[in-house]
Write a protein that binds this ligand. Sequence first.
Ligand SMILES: Cc1cc2nc3c(=O)[nH]c(=O)nc-3n(C[C@H](O)[C@H](O)[C@H](O)COP(=O)(O)O)c2cc1C
Length: 372
Amino acid sequence: MTGPLLFTPLTLRGLTLKNRIVVSPMCQYLAVDGYVQDWHFQHHARFALAGYGLSFVEATGIMRDGRITHGCTGIWEDGQVAGLKQIVDGYRTHGVATAIQIGHSGRRGSCARPWDGAAPIEAGGAEPTWQTVGPSALPEKDGYPVPHELNQAEIADLVDAFVAATKRSLAAGFDVVEIHGAHGYLIHSFFSPVSNRRTDRFGGNLKGRMQFPLMIAEAVRAVWPDERPLFYRASSVDNVPGGLPIEDTVALAVELKARGVDVIDCSSGGMSGPATLATTKLSQGYQVPYAGAVRSGADIKTMAVGLIIDPEMAEAVLRDGKADLIALARETMADPNWPYHAAEALGVDRPDSVLPPYYSFYLERRAKVLED
Ligand SMILES: Cc1cc2nc3c(=O)[nH]c(=O)nc-3n(C[C@H](O)[C@H](O)[C@H](O)COP(=O)(O)O)c2cc1C
């Protein structure tokens, strides 16, 4: 019998991940002026020592006004590279590959941090507001700020900003770049019929709504080295009336693949507010069917994410051919050593071997002396 798929390496272009377990992007909202802080180093060190195959640095703004909150990380100026590189180097020491998620908040920018309510910040408060942007002048909700409708020259500038952010990601040493095309932010807002009412070539039918995501993917791929994988996070479905169906996302994935995207990271929602702040009940692995549909429908590798907690479920997702990678977000906060515990649960010989040798040395001996 072969070992668990979860602990089987995966090669994507010139990168081989030692296993299929991924730390999903998680905004910490603790950056200052886009610069990472001590908290970020400490947060990532927990995962660098814990045997993940790949770990993500959070949604990082390609422009100052592309942040969600004043606490979001940024990659719009060269000075921001050094801190990110320090995170990358920390992971590399322990054989963990790194990814950065680059994005623009669009009409969901200028918001408060989650613990301050996540709503648009008010003018005259402690932190300045900024003008949000989008494909159409449609607010997310009644009473929310109306985004400025981007013109074609501004769209071209945004593509340039994604390119510059990609070059800085390379300078920081990331193995993977992920384009943030989900959760109601700028790229998703172009793709979704809920937020895009344009009548020019960036709107209208499915082909028009795909234009902006595909332009970004093409431009990023052109400057991201061939041997490095490119991921795209999609909100696979909108889950609101008139929103994206999975078929549109499959069609987008086909086009993204043709432009050199290697993995679709299959999330969902965000058109009506942050999904992770929702309080409606969800079942474990609720987004796995989307990863499965995109994988089979577009013949592309996928990453499953969303309430994947049990190692047995993670293994089944891979075995059933629903996804190639398993991303965890909140569970890594509860159990940073999830890969070790998963290795134990799935009967990996020497589960300690997923950890750095300075830990596994002792855990192997402990296993030998522990009575059954
Ligand atoms: C604190 C926090 C921050 C997050 N930040 C991001 C982010 O930067 N980019 C993103 O695409 N998703 C973000 N997410 C969503 C997660 O990546 C993940 O898709 C979601 O939490 C579902 O996975 P989980 O059930 O394992 O937490 C965040 C989630 C949490 C809890």
